[in-house]
Design a protein around this ligand. Structure first.
Ligand code: NAD
Length: 428
Protein backbone atom coordinates (compact mmCIF):
# COMPACT_ATOMS: atom_id res chain seq x y z
CA UNK A 1 0.00 0.00 0.00
CA UNK A 2 1.33 3.48 -0.77
CA UNK A 3 2.36 5.72 2.10
CA UNK A 4 -0.29 8.19 3.32
CA UNK A 5 0.15 11.77 2.22
CA UNK A 6 0.31 12.84 5.85
CA UNK A 7 3.07 10.42 6.84
CA UNK A 8 4.96 11.56 3.73
CA UNK A 9 4.49 15.21 4.79
CA UNK A 10 5.66 14.42 8.33
CA UNK A 11 8.96 13.03 6.98
CA UNK A 12 9.98 16.61 6.14
CA UNK A 13 9.61 17.48 9.80
CA UNK A 14 11.81 14.53 10.81
CA UNK A 15 14.52 15.65 8.40
CA UNK A 16 14.55 19.24 9.68
CA UNK A 17 14.52 18.26 13.36
CA UNK A 18 18.23 17.61 13.64
CA UNK A 19 19.04 21.20 12.66
CA UNK A 20 16.90 22.95 15.29
CA UNK A 21 17.11 23.23 19.02
CA UNK A 22 13.46 22.83 19.87
CA UNK A 23 11.90 21.30 22.97
CA UNK A 24 10.67 17.73 22.80
CA UNK A 25 7.24 18.95 23.91
CA UNK A 26 7.01 21.35 20.99
CA UNK A 27 7.98 18.64 18.52
CA UNK A 28 5.49 16.18 19.93
CA UNK A 29 2.84 18.88 19.68
CA UNK A 30 3.61 19.47 15.98
CA UNK A 31 3.29 15.79 15.04
CA UNK A 32 -0.47 15.80 15.66
CA UNK A 33 -3.33 17.89 14.23
CA UNK A 34 -5.07 19.87 16.98
CA UNK A 35 -8.62 19.15 15.83
CA UNK A 36 -10.28 17.51 12.81
CA UNK A 37 -13.93 17.85 11.87
CA UNK A 38 -15.74 15.54 9.46
CA UNK A 39 -19.22 16.58 8.31
CA UNK A 40 -22.05 15.31 6.10
CA UNK A 41 -23.54 18.04 3.93
CA UNK A 42 -27.09 17.46 2.64
CA UNK A 43 -27.71 19.22 -0.70
CA UNK A 44 -31.02 19.43 -2.56
CA UNK A 45 -30.17 18.82 -6.22
CA UNK A 46 -31.88 20.58 -9.15
CA UNK A 47 -33.89 17.45 -9.97
CA UNK A 48 -35.37 17.39 -6.46
CA UNK A 49 -33.22 14.53 -5.14
CA UNK A 50 -31.08 14.79 -2.00
CA UNK A 51 -27.34 14.09 -2.05
CA UNK A 52 -25.04 13.95 0.95
CA UNK A 53 -21.47 15.20 0.42
CA UNK A 54 -18.55 14.52 2.74
CA UNK A 55 -16.72 17.60 4.04
CA UNK A 56 -13.74 18.25 6.32
CA UNK A 57 -12.04 21.04 8.21
CA UNK A 58 -8.76 20.45 10.05
CA UNK A 59 -7.10 23.00 12.35
CA UNK A 60 -3.59 21.64 12.61
CA UNK A 61 -2.07 24.17 14.98
CA UNK A 62 -3.10 27.60 16.24
CA UNK A 63 -0.28 28.50 18.59
CA UNK A 64 0.82 31.47 16.45
CA UNK A 65 -2.70 32.70 15.59
CA UNK A 66 -6.08 31.59 14.21
CA UNK A 67 -6.10 28.72 11.71
CA UNK A 68 -5.72 29.74 8.07
CA UNK A 69 -6.14 27.66 4.95
CA UNK A 70 -8.15 27.07 1.80
CA UNK A 71 -11.12 24.86 0.98
CA UNK A 72 -10.68 22.33 -1.83
CA UNK A 73 -13.50 20.86 -3.94
CA UNK A 74 -12.23 17.69 -5.60
CA UNK A 75 -13.41 14.09 -6.01
CA UNK A 76 -10.20 12.79 -4.37
CA UNK A 77 -10.48 14.87 -1.17
CA UNK A 78 -9.92 12.72 1.94
CA UNK A 79 -9.27 13.50 5.60
CA UNK A 80 -5.64 12.40 5.08
CA UNK A 81 -5.19 14.94 2.29
CA UNK A 82 -6.88 17.78 4.22
CA UNK A 83 -4.73 16.98 7.27
CA UNK A 84 -1.55 17.13 5.17
CA UNK A 85 -2.59 20.43 3.59
CA UNK A 86 -3.32 21.84 7.09
CA UNK A 87 0.13 20.67 8.24
CA UNK A 88 1.76 22.51 5.30
CA UNK A 89 -0.27 25.65 6.09
CA UNK A 90 1.08 25.63 9.65
CA UNK A 91 4.65 25.68 8.35
CA UNK A 92 3.87 28.08 5.51
CA UNK A 93 2.43 30.71 7.88
CA UNK A 94 5.46 30.30 10.14
CA UNK A 95 7.90 30.54 7.17
CA UNK A 96 6.34 33.90 6.23
CA UNK A 97 5.98 34.97 9.89
CA UNK A 98 2.22 35.53 9.46
CA UNK A 99 0.23 35.64 12.73
CA UNK A 100 -1.70 32.50 11.79
CA UNK A 101 -1.71 28.81 12.50
CA UNK A 102 -2.46 26.19 9.84
CA UNK A 103 -5.84 24.82 8.76
CA UNK A 104 -7.49 23.41 5.63
CA UNK A 105 -10.87 22.26 4.43
CA UNK A 106 -12.28 20.18 1.65
CA UNK A 107 -15.37 18.60 0.16
CA UNK A 108 -15.31 15.32 -1.75
CA UNK A 109 -17.09 16.39 -4.92
CA UNK A 110 -16.53 16.83 -8.62
CA UNK A 111 -17.75 20.44 -8.87
CA UNK A 112 -17.80 20.31 -12.67
CA UNK A 113 -20.77 17.91 -12.42
CA UNK A 114 -22.86 20.40 -10.39
CA UNK A 115 -24.97 23.28 -11.66
CA UNK A 116 -24.11 26.72 -10.35
CA UNK A 117 -27.14 26.63 -8.01
CA UNK A 118 -26.14 23.21 -6.66
CA UNK A 119 -22.64 24.54 -6.11
CA UNK A 120 -24.06 27.49 -4.13
CA UNK A 121 -26.22 25.18 -1.98
CA UNK A 122 -23.20 22.94 -1.32
CA UNK A 123 -21.01 25.92 -0.35
CA UNK A 124 -23.65 27.35 2.00
CA UNK A 125 -24.29 23.85 3.39
CA UNK A 126 -20.58 23.39 4.09
CA UNK A 127 -20.55 26.64 6.11
CA UNK A 128 -23.74 25.60 7.98
CA UNK A 129 -21.91 22.42 8.96
CA UNK A 130 -18.64 24.04 10.11
CA UNK A 131 -19.89 27.47 11.36
CA UNK A 132 -19.07 26.71 15.02
CA UNK A 133 -15.56 25.65 14.02
CA UNK A 134 -14.52 28.84 12.15
CA UNK A 135 -14.48 32.61 12.76
CA UNK A 136 -12.22 35.65 12.20
CA UNK A 137 -10.32 34.89 15.44
CA UNK A 138 -10.56 31.11 15.21
CA UNK A 139 -10.08 29.74 11.70
CA UNK A 140 -10.35 31.59 8.37
CA UNK A 141 -11.05 29.64 5.13
CA UNK A 142 -9.88 30.76 1.65
CA UNK A 143 -9.91 29.39 -1.93
CA UNK A 144 -7.95 26.35 -3.08
CA UNK A 145 -8.31 23.92 -5.99
CA UNK A 146 -11.69 24.38 -7.76
CA UNK A 147 -12.97 27.02 -5.34
CA UNK A 148 -12.92 30.70 -6.31
CA UNK A 149 -13.96 34.23 -5.20
CA UNK A 150 -17.63 33.61 -6.02
CA UNK A 151 -17.68 30.58 -3.71
CA UNK A 152 -15.84 32.56 -0.99
CA UNK A 153 -18.51 35.28 -1.29
CA UNK A 154 -21.29 32.72 -0.73
CA UNK A 155 -19.41 31.29 2.26
CA UNK A 156 -18.89 34.71 3.88
CA UNK A 157 -22.56 35.57 3.28
CA UNK A 158 -23.75 32.30 4.83
CA UNK A 159 -21.56 32.77 7.90
CA UNK A 160 -22.88 36.36 8.27
CA UNK A 161 -26.50 35.08 8.04
CA UNK A 162 -25.82 32.51 10.78
CA UNK A 163 -24.15 35.10 13.04
CA UNK A 164 -26.70 37.84 12.14
CA UNK A 165 -23.72 40.16 11.63
CA UNK A 166 -21.75 41.04 8.52
CA UNK A 167 -18.42 39.26 9.07
CA UNK A 168 -16.13 39.79 6.06
CA UNK A 169 -12.96 38.71 7.93
CA UNK A 170 -14.24 35.12 8.33
CA UNK A 171 -13.17 34.16 4.79
CA UNK A 172 -10.47 35.54 2.45
CA UNK A 173 -10.25 35.45 -1.34
CA UNK A 174 -13.67 37.12 -1.59
CA UNK A 175 -14.84 39.23 -4.54
CA UNK A 176 -13.52 42.80 -4.23
CA UNK A 177 -17.06 44.19 -3.76
CA UNK A 178 -17.56 41.94 -0.70
CA UNK A 179 -14.33 43.00 1.01
CA UNK A 180 -11.74 41.10 -1.04
CA UNK A 181 -8.23 42.50 -1.45
CA UNK A 182 -6.85 43.85 -4.67
CA UNK A 183 -4.12 41.52 -5.87
CA UNK A 184 -5.48 38.37 -4.15
CA UNK A 185 -6.32 36.65 -7.47
CA UNK A 186 -2.71 36.90 -8.69
CA UNK A 187 -1.04 36.69 -5.26
CA UNK A 188 0.16 33.08 -5.35
CA UNK A 189 1.78 33.50 -8.75
CA UNK A 190 3.12 36.96 -7.92
CA UNK A 191 4.67 35.68 -4.69
CA UNK A 192 6.27 32.76 -6.57
CA UNK A 193 7.55 35.20 -9.18
CA UNK A 194 9.22 37.35 -6.46
CA UNK A 195 10.96 34.25 -5.09
CA UNK A 196 12.16 33.33 -8.60
CA UNK A 197 13.34 36.89 -9.26
CA UNK A 198 15.37 36.79 -6.04
CA UNK A 199 16.86 33.33 -6.62
CA UNK A 200 17.44 33.01 -10.39
CA UNK A 201 20.48 35.36 -10.44
CA UNK A 202 22.27 32.84 -8.20
CA UNK A 203 22.19 30.34 -11.09
CA UNK A 204 23.52 32.72 -13.71
CA UNK A 205 20.58 32.00 -16.02
CA UNK A 206 19.27 35.16 -17.76
CA UNK A 207 15.50 35.02 -18.43
CA UNK A 208 15.86 35.03 -22.26
CA UNK A 209 17.99 31.87 -22.06
CA UNK A 210 15.87 30.09 -19.46
CA UNK A 211 13.27 27.58 -20.61
CA UNK A 212 10.36 26.85 -18.27
CA UNK A 213 7.62 24.20 -18.19
CA UNK A 214 4.49 24.87 -16.11
CA UNK A 215 2.18 22.03 -15.04
CA UNK A 216 -1.40 23.22 -14.29
CA UNK A 217 -3.09 26.18 -15.96
CA UNK A 218 -5.50 27.33 -13.26
CA UNK A 219 -5.32 30.33 -10.94
CA UNK A 220 -1.72 29.72 -9.89
CA UNK A 221 -0.32 28.09 -13.07
CA UNK A 222 -1.79 30.43 -15.69
CA UNK A 223 -0.72 33.54 -13.78
CA UNK A 224 2.84 32.36 -13.16
CA UNK A 225 3.17 31.32 -16.82
CA UNK A 226 2.04 34.80 -17.86
CA UNK A 227 4.31 36.64 -15.38
CA UNK A 228 7.32 34.59 -16.51
CA UNK A 229 6.56 35.11 -20.16
CA UNK A 230 6.18 38.89 -19.59
CA UNK A 231 9.59 38.87 -17.86
CA UNK A 232 11.09 37.28 -21.05
CA UNK A 233 11.42 33.71 -19.76
CA UNK A 234 10.85 31.11 -22.47
CA UNK A 235 7.73 29.26 -21.30
CA UNK A 236 7.95 26.24 -23.61
CA UNK A 237 5.22 24.01 -22.12
CA UNK A 238 1.98 24.30 -20.16
CA UNK A 239 -0.68 21.73 -19.29
CA UNK A 240 -4.01 21.24 -17.58
CA UNK A 241 -5.91 18.15 -16.45
CA UNK A 242 -6.54 17.14 -20.08
CA UNK A 243 -2.98 17.30 -21.35
CA UNK A 244 -0.27 19.73 -22.38
CA UNK A 245 1.24 21.76 -25.20
CA UNK A 246 4.92 22.23 -26.03
CA UNK A 247 6.77 24.60 -28.37
CA UNK A 248 10.57 24.72 -28.22
CA UNK A 249 10.81 28.39 -29.18
CA UNK A 250 8.32 29.41 -26.48
CA UNK A 251 4.52 29.57 -26.27
CA UNK A 252 2.34 32.67 -26.62
CA UNK A 253 0.92 32.52 -23.09
CA UNK A 254 -1.48 35.52 -23.30
CA UNK A 255 -3.21 33.94 -26.30
CA UNK A 256 -3.52 30.59 -24.49
CA UNK A 257 -5.09 32.42 -21.51
CA UNK A 258 -7.47 34.36 -23.76
CA UNK A 259 -8.49 31.10 -25.39
CA UNK A 260 -9.34 29.51 -22.04
CA UNK A 261 -11.13 32.60 -20.74
CA UNK A 262 -13.32 32.90 -23.84
CA UNK A 263 -15.29 29.83 -22.73
CA UNK A 264 -18.66 30.72 -21.19
CA UNK A 265 -21.19 29.30 -18.67
CA UNK A 266 -19.85 26.81 -16.13
CA UNK A 267 -16.73 26.79 -18.29
CA UNK A 268 -16.16 30.43 -17.35
CA UNK A 269 -16.18 29.36 -13.70
CA UNK A 270 -13.72 26.52 -14.16
CA UNK A 271 -11.94 27.15 -17.47
CA UNK A 272 -13.05 23.67 -18.44
CA UNK A 273 -11.72 23.64 -21.94
CA UNK A 274 -8.29 22.19 -22.51
CA UNK A 275 -5.18 24.10 -23.50
CA UNK A 276 -4.73 21.22 -25.97
CA UNK A 277 -7.02 23.03 -28.41
CA UNK A 278 -4.61 25.91 -29.04
CA UNK A 279 -2.69 25.84 -32.32
CA UNK A 280 1.11 26.01 -32.98
CA UNK A 281 2.34 23.39 -30.58
CA UNK A 282 3.09 19.72 -30.07
CA UNK A 283 0.65 17.84 -27.85
CA UNK A 284 2.34 16.27 -24.82
CA UNK A 285 1.07 14.35 -21.83
CA UNK A 286 1.40 15.62 -18.28
CA UNK A 287 4.08 13.01 -17.61
CA UNK A 288 6.05 14.17 -20.65
CA UNK A 289 5.84 17.77 -19.46
CA UNK A 290 7.43 16.86 -16.14
CA UNK A 291 10.42 15.20 -17.78
CA UNK A 292 11.06 17.78 -20.53
CA UNK A 293 14.62 19.01 -21.05
CA UNK A 294 14.06 22.48 -19.55
CA UNK A 295 15.97 24.68 -17.12
CA UNK A 296 13.06 25.31 -14.76
CA UNK A 297 10.04 23.16 -13.90
CA UNK A 298 7.02 24.73 -12.17
CA UNK A 299 4.50 22.16 -10.90
CA UNK A 300 1.30 24.20 -10.31
CA UNK A 301 -1.46 21.55 -10.35
CA UNK A 302 -1.88 18.94 -7.62
CA UNK A 303 0.21 16.98 -5.12
CA UNK A 304 2.26 13.80 -5.75
CA UNK A 305 3.28 14.63 -9.32
CA UNK A 306 7.04 14.07 -8.92
CA UNK A 307 7.46 10.67 -7.33
CA UNK A 308 10.08 7.95 -6.96
CA UNK A 309 8.80 6.60 -10.28
CA UNK A 310 9.66 9.66 -12.40
CA UNK A 311 12.18 11.69 -10.30
CA UNK A 312 15.15 10.05 -12.00
CA UNK A 313 13.84 11.24 -15.40
CA UNK A 314 13.47 14.90 -14.37
CA UNK A 315 15.87 16.98 -16.47
CA UNK A 316 15.13 20.44 -15.05
CA UNK A 317 17.93 21.89 -12.94
CA UNK A 318 15.62 23.99 -10.78
CA UNK A 319 12.08 23.34 -9.52
CA UNK A 320 9.79 25.99 -8.06
CA UNK A 321 6.86 24.27 -6.34
CA UNK A 322 3.79 26.43 -6.87
CA UNK A 323 1.40 23.54 -6.10
CA UNK A 324 1.14 22.15 -2.59
CA UNK A 325 3.07 18.90 -2.15
CA UNK A 326 3.91 18.15 -5.80
CA UNK A 327 7.05 16.22 -4.79
CA UNK A 328 6.99 13.15 -2.56
CA UNK A 329 9.65 12.76 0.13
CA UNK A 330 11.05 9.73 -1.76
CA UNK A 331 11.45 11.86 -4.88
CA UNK A 332 13.15 14.57 -2.78
CA UNK A 333 16.04 12.21 -2.05
CA UNK A 334 16.50 11.32 -5.72
CA UNK A 335 16.39 14.96 -6.83
CA UNK A 336 18.88 15.94 -4.12
CA UNK A 337 21.30 13.23 -5.32
CA UNK A 338 20.93 14.53 -8.88
CA UNK A 339 21.75 18.06 -7.67
CA UNK A 340 18.35 19.52 -8.63
CA UNK A 341 17.48 22.66 -6.66
CA UNK A 342 13.94 22.38 -5.30
CA UNK A 343 12.40 25.59 -3.97
CA UNK A 344 9.64 24.26 -1.70
CA UNK A 345 5.89 24.87 -1.72
CA UNK A 346 5.79 26.25 1.82
CA UNK A 347 7.89 29.18 0.60
CA UNK A 348 7.16 29.48 -3.13
CA UNK A 349 3.34 29.44 -3.02
CA UNK A 350 3.00 31.44 0.22
CA UNK A 351 2.03 34.61 -1.68
CA UNK A 352 -1.61 33.46 -1.62
CA UNK A 353 -1.85 33.19 2.15
CA UNK A 354 0.20 36.37 2.56
CA UNK A 355 -2.32 38.44 0.59
CA UNK A 356 -5.11 36.57 2.41
CA UNK A 357 -3.50 37.91 5.58
CA UNK A 358 -3.52 41.40 4.03
CA UNK A 359 -7.23 40.96 3.18
CA UNK A 360 -8.02 39.93 6.79
CA UNK A 361 -6.08 42.97 8.08
CA UNK A 362 -7.96 45.30 5.69
CA UNK A 363 -11.35 43.80 6.70
CA UNK A 364 -10.61 44.29 10.38
CA UNK A 365 -9.21 47.80 10.04
CA UNK A 366 -11.73 49.00 7.44
CA UNK A 367 -8.90 50.64 5.53
CA UNK A 368 -8.34 49.29 2.00
CA UNK A 369 -5.01 49.30 0.12
CA UNK A 370 -4.18 49.91 -3.53
CA UNK A 371 -2.89 47.07 -5.70
CA UNK A 372 0.51 48.73 -5.70
CA UNK A 373 0.59 48.77 -1.87
CA UNK A 374 -0.43 45.09 -1.79
CA UNK A 375 2.29 44.07 -4.25
CA UNK A 376 4.96 46.14 -2.50
CA UNK A 377 4.18 44.55 0.85
CA UNK A 378 4.01 41.10 -0.77
CA UNK A 379 7.42 41.53 -2.39
CA UNK A 380 8.93 42.70 0.88
CA UNK A 381 7.58 39.62 2.70
CA UNK A 382 8.50 37.06 0.04
CA UNK A 383 12.03 38.31 -0.61
CA UNK A 384 12.58 39.07 3.08
CA UNK A 385 11.94 35.41 4.04
CA UNK A 386 13.56 33.80 0.97
CA UNK A 387 17.04 35.23 1.58
CA UNK A 388 17.49 33.84 5.15
CA UNK A 389 16.29 30.41 3.98
CA UNK A 390 18.85 30.45 1.13
CA UNK A 391 21.59 31.48 3.66
CA UNK A 392 20.53 28.67 6.00
CA UNK A 393 20.68 26.11 3.18
CA UNK A 394 24.16 27.29 2.18
CA UNK A 395 25.52 27.44 5.74
CA UNK A 396 24.16 24.05 6.82
CA UNK A 397 24.56 22.44 3.36
CA UNK A 398 20.93 21.33 3.35
CA UNK A 399 18.17 21.49 0.74
CA UNK A 400 15.99 24.60 0.45
CA UNK A 401 13.07 22.47 1.67
CA UNK A 402 14.81 21.39 4.86
CA UNK A 403 16.04 24.97 5.36
CA UNK A 404 12.47 26.29 5.03
CA UNK A 405 11.26 23.77 7.62
CA UNK A 406 14.12 24.72 9.96
CA UNK A 407 13.21 28.41 9.53
CA UNK A 408 9.55 27.67 10.36
CA UNK A 409 10.33 25.21 13.17
CA UNK A 410 12.42 27.81 14.99
CA UNK A 411 9.43 30.17 15.06
CA UNK A 412 6.90 27.47 15.91
CA UNK A 413 9.14 25.97 18.60
CA UNK A 414 9.61 29.34 20.24
CA UNK A 415 5.86 30.05 20.27
CA UNK A 416 4.93 26.62 21.64
CA UNK A 417 7.65 26.79 24.29
CA UNK A 418 6.52 30.25 25.37
CA UNK A 419 3.31 28.60 26.65
CA UNK A 420 5.36 26.37 28.98
CA UNK A 421 7.54 23.30 28.46
CA UNK A 422 8.49 20.27 30.51
CA UNK A 423 11.84 21.91 31.38
CA UNK A 424 10.03 24.97 32.69
CA UNK A 425 7.76 22.94 34.97
CA UNK A 426 10.52 20.59 36.16
CA UNK A 427 12.66 23.54 37.17
CA UNK A 428 9.75 25.33 38.91
P1 NAD B 1 -7.13 25.74 -9.98
O1 NAD B 1 -8.31 24.91 -9.68
O2 NAD B 1 -7.34 27.16 -10.35
O3 NAD B 1 -6.26 25.06 -11.12
C1 NAD B 1 -5.80 23.75 -11.09
C2 NAD B 1 -5.19 23.46 -12.45
O4 NAD B 1 -4.56 22.19 -12.43
C3 NAD B 1 -6.24 23.41 -13.58
O5 NAD B 1 -5.69 24.01 -14.74
C4 NAD B 1 -6.41 21.91 -13.82
O6 NAD B 1 -6.84 21.63 -15.13
C5 NAD B 1 -5.01 21.45 -13.57
N1 NAD B 1 -4.89 20.03 -13.25
C6 NAD B 1 -5.68 19.26 -12.48
N2 NAD B 1 -5.21 17.99 -12.47
C7 NAD B 1 -4.10 18.00 -13.24
C8 NAD B 1 -3.17 17.02 -13.63
N3 NAD B 1 -3.29 15.76 -13.21
N4 NAD B 1 -2.14 17.39 -14.41
C9 NAD B 1 -2.01 18.66 -14.84
N5 NAD B 1 -2.87 19.62 -14.53
C10 NAD B 1 -3.88 19.30 -13.74
O7 NAD B 1 -6.19 25.59 -8.68
P2 NAD B 1 -5.07 26.60 -8.20
O8 NAD B 1 -5.68 27.51 -7.20
O9 NAD B 1 -4.32 27.10 -9.36
O10 NAD B 1 -4.15 25.58 -7.38
C11 NAD B 1 -3.13 24.80 -8.00
C12 NAD B 1 -2.14 24.36 -6.93
O11 NAD B 1 -1.62 25.51 -6.28
C13 NAD B 1 -2.74 23.49 -5.82
O12 NAD B 1 -1.79 22.57 -5.37
C14 NAD B 1 -3.04 24.50 -4.72
O13 NAD B 1 -3.11 23.89 -3.44
C15 NAD B 1 -1.84 25.40 -4.90
N6 NAD B 1 -2.02 26.71 -4.30
C16 NAD B 1 -2.97 27.57 -4.77
C17 NAD B 1 -3.12 28.80 -4.16
C18 NAD B 1 -4.11 29.82 -4.66
O14 NAD B 1 -4.15 30.93 -4.08
N7 NAD B 1 -4.85 29.56 -5.70
C19 NAD B 1 -2.31 29.16 -3.07
C20 NAD B 1 -1.33 28.26 -2.64
C21 NAD B 1 -1.21 27.03 -3.26
Amino acid sequence: MSKSLFSDASERLERAMKYVSISEDALEHLKHPKISLSVSIPVRMDNGSLRIFQGYRVRYDDTRGPGKGGVRYHPNVTLDEVQSLAFWMTFKCAVLNLPFGGAKGGVTVNPKELSKLELERLSRGYIDAIADFIGPDVDIPAPDVYTNPMIMGWMMDQYSIIRRQLTPAVVTGKPITLGGSLGRDTATAMGAFFVMEAMMPKFDLPPQETSVAVQGFGNAGAHIAELLSKASYKVVAVSDSQGGVYCKKGLDIPSIRRFKESQKGIKALYCEDSVCNVVEHEIISNQELLTLDVDVLVPAALENQITEANAKDIKAKIIFEVANGPTTSGADKILEEKGVYVFPDILVNAGGVTVSYFEWVQNRSGLYWTQQEVNQRLKQKMVGETEPIWQLSQELDISMRTAAYVHALNRLGEAISAKGTRDYYLSA
